[in-house]
Design a protein around this ligand. Structure first.
Ligand code: ADE
Ligand code: ZN
Length: 332
């Protein structure tokens, strides 16, 4: 079987996906028309052409501006519904989805509006084809810790359907230590915790995420390779890294896909996984991220299978569910 066919055929988990990063230019355009919002673009095509970034911040500026078209419950429903439809096409059977409440609450869109829309789409997709979904509430690290604490409190009516908290947005200058207290509170409340670290930020931010935030997983983490002691710890503890190849290329974390270190990390025995991050902004959903590993790095079948099995191992599913999916992967 050709590797691209195998990638499609294997059931997969996606663990690093921002729902706001799945807003397509077409939906952005449609919602702007619906709400009478004036975009700084004159066509869908112009939005697509604007998706060229020089670094993380240049992307975030556009990403937060784009999210402004999301206003009503129906908008959030449509956004989630479209991503879950992609999951079906890409054979993503389990997905752990990040959402950024502050991106919406700061524009006057309350929790009830986006959560109700998300949940309606998730319930429908679960009923239709059985996809399994977990939600990760991410705090914006360019805002204060006090704001994150308020957000954690405001989310209380939704605690039952939120599995984890995360940390995203502008990494440089906003180290994990800034959020030690709110992560402690979240852990005490029983949430799993993840954090973006070592995307643009130095290995020290990964150390902080591990030692101060007690994270269960690192989002990105590719810069761990600069610190041998850190690599050894991540390997020893099998702390998962949710790596996003196309994102790293688009945001210039790497210059060329041929220099991406994901397969080296895998061969060194780290629990690395493949993910799409913000697929409509970075030019590809999950299977496209796998495909580029074959075309640019020569990923072989064994590595591909290991990455897919890692996606379940690194997930928040329970052990029985993990083993059941891994057996299914082995049977294909
Ligand atoms: N928010 C959405 N995508 C992100 C990324 N790659 N890094 C940090 N924050 C983000
Ligand atoms: Zn991300």
């Amino acid at each position: 079987m050709a590797l691209t066919t195998l990638i499609k055929a294997l059931p997969k988990a996606e663990l690093h996906l921002h729902i706001e990063g799945t807003l397509s230019p077409a939906l952005m355009w449609e919602l702007a028309q619906k709400h009478g919002i004036k975009l700084p673009f004159s066509s869908v095509c112009e939005i697509e052409t604007a998706y060229q970034f020089s670094d993380l911040q240049s992307f975030l500026d556009l990403y937060y501006a784009g999210a402004d078209v999301l206003r009503s419950e129906e908008d959030f429903y449509q956004l989630m519904q479209a991503y879950l439809q992609r999951c079906k096409e890409h054979n993503i059977v389990h997905t752990e989805i990040m959402f950024d409440p502050q991106t919406h609450t700061h524009r006057g869109v309350p929790f009830d509006v986006f959560m109700t829309g998300f949940v309606r789409a998730i319930d429908e997709a679960q009923e239709e084809w059985g996809v399994s979904v977990r939600l990760i509430m991410s705090f914006l690290r360019h805002l204060s810790e006090a704001d994150a604490i308020t957000t954690l409190q405001d989310a209380e009516p939704w605690y039952d359907i939120i599995d984890a908290v995360g940390l995203d947005s502008s990494e440089l200058g906003n180290p994990p230590e800034k959020f030690e207290r709110v992560f402690n509170q979240a852990r005490t409340l029983g949430f799993k915790v993840v954090a973006h670290a070592g995307e643009e930020g130095p290995p020290d931010y990964i150390w902080q995420a591990i030692n101060l935030l007690n994270i269960d997983r690192i989002d990105h983490g590719v810069r761990c390779a600069e610190d041998k002691e850190l690599m050894a710890l991540i390997k020893h503890r099998q702390i998962p890294l949710t790596v996003c190849p196309l994102s790293n290329l688009k945001l210039k974390v790497i210059e060329d896909m041929a220099t991406h270190n994901i397969l080296e990390l895998l061969e060194d025995g780290l629990l690395v996984t493949v993910n799409s991050d913000d697929p409509t902004y970075f030019g590809g959903f999950l299977n496209d991220n796998f495909a580029v590993l074959e075309s640019a790095l020569g990923m072989n079948e064994q590595q591909c299978r290991q990455l897919v099995k890692n996606s379940f191992m690194a997930s928040f599913l329970d052990d029985t569910e993990k083993q059941a999916w891994i057996q299914k992967v082995d049977a294909i």
